[in-house]
Write a protein that binds this ligand. Sequence first.
Ligand SMILES: Cc1ncc(COP(=O)(O)O)c(C=O)c1O
Length: 446
Amino acid sequence: MKPPELPEYDHQVKHYSGPSLEEVMDMRKRHLTPALVTYYEKPLMIVEGSMQYVYDEKGRRYLDALGGIVTISVGHCHPYVTRKAREQMEILQHATTIYLHPNIAEYSRMLADKMPGDLSVCYFVNSGSEANDLALLMARLYTGNYDMIALRNAYHGGNASAMGLTAHSTWKYNYPHSFGIHHSIAPDPYRGPWGRDDPDAGTRYAADIKDLLEFATPGRVAGFIAESIQGVGGTVIYPDGFLTAAYDHVRQAGGVCIADEVQTGFGRMGTHYWGFETQGVIPDIVTLAKGIGNGAPLAAVITTPDIAHSLANRIHFNTFGGNPVSCAMGKAVLEVIDRENLQQNCLETGAYLLEGLKNLMSGHDLIGDVRGRGLMTGVELVKDRKTKEPAKDECARVFERTKEMGLLIGKGGLYGNVLRIKPPMCITREDVDFIIGVLDAAFGEM
Ligand SMILES: Cc1ncc(COP(=O)(O)O)c(C=O)c1O
């Protein structure tokens, strides 16, 4: 069968004249930490990007259906974001918050305008891990409590405190990092004890949080943190009502509720701008990163004036947080999402993608589950639909083949058996046809 062809795209790829893939690999092996992993048996070198596409050093084009791990929100080198970054770069690159600058002030107002309730105060940092670390500090200072509840199968980052909140052995080093953190059962309707056919699944999963509060903590906690959809954990979408019930239990124990929107924010859900809104809750603290800057090292914690005040009895400082260039890019991203109706595109193109993925199930038994919201989807592979035994090796083979056919996607879940498709929010129906065509061909070879 002829492999599907990428949609036509008008872009003049630049000539690459840098070191070869082998030379780069060699330098990486010698001089970069061995803890870094590369995707694919033969690693890919990406040297150029334009909107939903990237190019390797030979000029070959790929559809980037992972968006640099859900970070390219509005498109690689989006012309408006690039222009705003360049203009700011030419005037002032860095100042720090000890001086005033309009970008950080205007950007905080724009972000706050996107938030519901009393979520109106921003603190800018550089990564999702830093944002979660800071949110944890705020929760503890504000409540005067120490214990935290997080979810199993969560990923919140790689620094010491975010590693503690994370609950995947893959990402946890064997050293003390989770003191005071308790992990509740993952509200996973596919693998967990209560499935999609149980209308009370949400409250049943949340009851485990109440148990933890009563059995594992002093009864008072600093807070609760959850991704709005578990991303690294394999696109796990909670049953309706889960966060409402979870938030109730936690607030009754004096805790604040933190939504990790690092992957789910900025319209990607299609129906809503923020992931937590799909569960009908308003958090006390929201953490943002990745897609917020479309590639800029930008992240934020947004909270209420009261909670923000908890940091004010000492000085808290972050050298690069809210620097003029990152803020210029962050502002541009917000403008582009609205101007180009990207949330609506996530709704429509996301529905089309989900339908296409679901249709693949009838022809390929390897697919155990397909799930998604907007442009955040997951395809879980199993050896047997009844036993749900994870099909890790098969997943790795499909993954490899998709790349060979020009499609970049991600992999996740504890067992590495979930394909993650979370493209830039500008992809088209033709791109989706390509994704489905490639997956169909790759599964067909298994
Ligand atoms: C949900 C979530 N939170 C936090 C992080 C950590 O972000 P960063 O890698 O920018 O520190 C990630 C990264 O993948 C994430 O997916």
